[in-house]
Design a protein around this ligand. Structure first.
Ligand SMILES: Nc1ncnc2c1ncn2[C@@H]1O[C@H](COP(=O)(O)OP(=O)(O)OP(=O)(O)O)[C@@H](O)[C@H]1O
Ligand SMILES: [Mg+2]
Length: 390
């Protein structure tokens, strides 16, 4: 009877041991499949076990590590700090790393250092305390981060270059207009002088225009340079009806030469708008130029251009540039604002995109709609300021 029990007991014991062995083997197998390194150390920092991941990451075999200090896997200054950390923790129970995790550095068997994510946890077993360290090699992540930073820097650089490129085309576009006007006025002066009966008043008028256009080109370049440097503009309070009249003063000769009938419907009592005067003048000029371009393409009769200023009923000011040209293709009302979109042989496709960015920079909107009866209407909507007119 007793013998029977003993043999039963030992069979039970054997089964239990078998079970435990099985579980340990399974556990080790699981630990070994982990990509991360898993290291257990005792209170003195002596390595008790490591998984395959640890071998892969650090280049040592398990035999080379078990029984050695974990400091073997740390470069300076972590190596020197380690004993202090352990002693302080064991004394005070205040964790610095344990249960928190941090980024640190590991040292490979071949001496190279590499970045790691380290998480340490404490496991209390009867009669002892062990610490488990989970180590993840983050070199690949770091490389990817460095690569991403480098690419971002390159992208930022490319974006800046393309902005400068756009700006350069912008300057070419804006300055070309006053230059063309100056050449035309100068040629007119020459013709008058050569004809032998130059009218002093007409000469004076043309020379005055040349001066105005020259100053305008200078203004534009100064503004563009300021834009390139600091991205800031100079805001003053303006009556947009006066602003429109000033712009038309620059093109009235050309309008007349092209047989374009100009209708002005300007509200003189509009509230002031706070804006960069030169920039908004550029916008109106771009819209008027586009209207002139399309009208000059069409038949000589019916070349009508209407410019309105009005309050929009929502505390905003509107400038409307309407032409009776052929209009834009259905569905193109947004495309025409894209940079480099042009249907003209010599067009840059910059005018509307620059204009829209200027107006949006002022907190306003710029859009296009078909004109009833044919042609296009461009709407400039600007928030009204409450300041005094400058
Ligand atoms: N008033 C208009 N009527 C019809 N189409 C227009 C009108 N204004 C602009 N467009 C269309 O929008 C396109 C883009 O205009 P945008 O002013 O941006 O460039 P562009 O006039 O072609 O060249 P540029 O850069 O020299 O001004 C024009 O090519 C034209 O097809
Ligand atoms: Mg244009």
């Amino acid at each position: 009877m007793d013998r029977e029990r003993t043999s039963n007991d030992s069979a039970e014991l054997e089964r239990t041991r078998q079970l435990l062995d099985d579980r340990e083997a399974r556990l080790n197998a699981i630990l070994d499949t982990a990509v991360d390194g898993i290291i257990t150390i005792d209170e003195r920092g002596i390595i008790e076990s490591v998984n395959r991941g640890t071998e892969r990451i650090f280049g040592y075999t398990s035999d080379e590590l078990v029984g050695r200090s974990v400091k073997l896997l740390m470069p300076s200054p972590y190596r020197e700090e380690h004993d202090g950390y352990m002693a302080r923790y064991l004394q005070t129970g205040q964790p610095r790393i344990i249960g928190i995790g941090r980024e640190a550095e590991g040292q490979h068997k071949d001496g190279t250092r590499f970045p790691i994510d380290l998480a340490v946890s404490e496991i209390r077993v009867p009669g002892a305390r062990v610490f488990t360290g989970m180590v993840r090699d983050i070199s690949a992540r770091r490389r990817a981060e460095a690569e991403a930073r480098r690419r971002n820097a390159e992208l930022a650089h490319a974006a800046r270059l393309s902005t400068i490129g756009e700006l350069t085309s912008g300057i070419a576009h804006e300055v070309n207009q006053p230059l063309t006007a100056m050449v035309n006025f100068a040629e007119a002066c020459l013709r008058m002088l050569r004809s032998g009966n130059a009218d002093t008043h007409k000469l004076e008028d043309a020379l005055g225009q040349i001066t105005v256009q020259g100053q305008r080109a200078g203004h534009i370049i100064r503004h563009m340079r300021r834009l390139a440097r600091k991205g800031e503009s100079e805001r003053v309070t303006v009556n947009v009806s006066h602003l429109v009249q000033d712009v038309l003063g620059l093109v009235s000769n050309e309008l007349r030469a092209s047989g374009i009938a100009l209708h002005l419907v300007l509200d003189e009592s509009l509230p002031a708008v706070k804006c960069d005067r030169i920039q908004v003048e550029q916008v109106v000029l771009n819209l008027v130029r586009n209207a002139m371009d399309v009208l000059e393409e069409g038949p000589a009769e019916g070349r009508e251009l209407t410019i309105r200023t009005r309050a929009d009923g929502h505390e905003n000011i509107e400038i409307l540039v309407e032409d009776a040209g052929e209009g834009f293709a259905v569905g193109d009302d947004e495309r025409i604002f894209e940079t480099f979109f042009t249907t003209k042989p010599d067009g840059l496709g910059m005018g509307l995109s620059i204009s829209r960015s200027i107006i949006e920079d002022h907190g306003g909107r710029l859009w296009a709609s078909p004109r009833p009866g044919g042609g296009a209407i461009f709407h400039v909507n600007l928030p009204a300021g409450d300041g005094e007119i400058a």
